[in-house]
Design a protein around this ligand. Structure first.
Ligand code: DGT
Ligand code: CA
Length: 399
């Protein structure tokens, strides 16, 4: 099975007319406050996911040596002082109270005699991370990678949460089936809640918080669950009787600003209400560009499919120009009426112009038709194997 990227995400993504289903929240206690803060509620709802690989370095070790799967696994890094520290450990080791950042001598004391200690192999983890992001990039165009194993995905689409949920599940399954890796995903309408959702259930979690559920989710949570509330701020909040997010919400904006300054005060005010306007900052270089479309009716006749292919070729080629990408590999993706996915590719050296690109795609379709009897339901076009490296992607170990 190849990947099936559900294309309408890309086609209609900027069409706001579908997106104005925002529910408004009116704040009872702070009606007089700065209107710019309240205005955030009028923006169209987004679908934002946070994907985080579980116990990443330890999982990488487990996939190269499945024999350690059911044992506590601890990954060690050398500190500047020459002693060892725990980079991460799997959940069996966490059951023994071993934690990231712990000095090795303490981790060894807590370990049982089954515990495996492994020196970190960052090059290998980087290779695995590249494969992970290839899969994520296939399903989502708007990805902000925040670490070697974590990324925000903007999955905003006209069909809403259900569609975004399907894409998350597709990514989750693909990571599991192709790489043997589990991840946790939080899906919500902004970064703040996506992150909190992701942390709600780990490992292998998938938590969804739609706008209508945000208050149920937030109000009873401890303030330390808010992104940006560390132990010091938590203590300061406790000192004024604020333990839960619900308590925080009762405090006026002016008071929060007086206590914590403009920036932190507004942040606490907004975040306690689930308001977060931070956008996804795309920082990944694309490994491929693809688009798919469902045919008006299932077909195996070239002339009935050609128009759809022309349309896709134009979109994909224009995108490659926009991103200044020279590609070497052209692929045709076919989803048959029984949902089986077939991919046919051709690779060329040298520049491929638009006419040549279309010719290649036509050739691949004719070739497919010549030895298939099944009807085609969806077709896709993909380009990959890019020539130029404009290098706006951070190196993974720079995170
Ligand atoms: P999780 O997400 O709680 O299931 O566990 P991890 O291990 O994936 O933790 P995460 O996402 O915070 O970090 C991703 C990887 O980054 C982790 O597998 C190892 C590495 N890492 C995390 N914290 C440290 C650290 O303090 N030092 C070093 N050298 N590496 C770290
Ligand atoms: Ca992780």
């Amino acid at each position: 099975m190849d990947l099936d990227k559900n294309i309408s995400l890309n086609e209609d993504i900027h069409s706001n007319k579908f997106l104005f289903n925002t529910q408004l929240s009116v704040n009872e206690t702070n009606k007089s406050l700065d209107s710019s803060i309240q205005l955030t509620n009028f923006f169209p709802q987004k679908q934002i996911a946070l994907l985080d690989l579980d116990y990443f370095f330890a999982q990488c070790e487990t996939i190269r040596n499945p024999l350690i799967k059911d044992l506590p696994v601890v990954i060690i890094v050398q500190t500047i002082r020459g002693s060892g520290a725990v980079a991460t450990c799997n959940y069996l080791a966490r059951d023994l109270k071993i934690r990231s950042g712990m000095v090795l001598s303490l981790a060894k004391k807590l370990a049982n005699n089954e515990t495996i200690f492994i020196n970190a192999d960052k090059q290998y983890y980087t290779q695995i991370s590249l494969k992970v992001f290839e899969i994520i990039d296939f399903f989502c165009d708007s990805v902000e990678q925040t670490s070697i194993d974590e990324a925000y995905l903007d999955l905003t689409n006209p069909l809403g949460f259900e569609k975004a949920q399907k894409i998350c599940l597709n990514i989750k399954n693909k990571l599991k089936n192709d790489l043997g890796l589990s991840c946790s995903i939080g899906l919500s309408f902004n970064k703040l809640l996506a992150k909190m959702a992701c942390e709600e259930k780990k490992p292998d979690g998938f938590t969804i918080i739609p706008y209508s559920k945000k208050d149920d989710f937030l109000l009873k949570k401890n303030v330390k669950k808010i992104h940006g509330v560390g132990p010091n701020l938590e203590l300061l909040l406790k000192n004024i009787g604020v333990y839960k997010i619900g308590d925080l919400r009762k405090i006026h904006l002016e008071k929060l600003i007086e206590l914590f300054g403009e920036s932190k005060g507004s942040m606490l005010y907004n975040y306690s209400r689930g308001i977060d306007d931070r956008v996804i900052i795309v920082n990944r270089e694309k490994q491929q560009i693809s688009r798919m479309i469902t045919l008006k009716k299932d077909s195996i006749v070239f002339d009935e499919i050609k128009n759809s292919l022309d349309f896709l070729c134009e979109i994909v080629f224009n995108e490659s120009k926009k991103l200044q990408k020279q590609f070497k590999t052209c692929s045709l993706i076919v989803i048959e009426s029984d949902f089986e996915t077939i991919t046919r590719s051709k690779t060329f050296d040298g520049k491929i112009d638009f006419e040549k690109f279309k010719e290649i795609i036509y050739f691949l379709l004719r070739d497919y038709i010549s030895d298939s009897t099944k009807l085609i339901r969806r077709v896709g076009v993909r380009i990959s194997n890019f020539d130029e490296d404009y290098g706006f992607q951070k190196k993974l170990l720079d995170f």
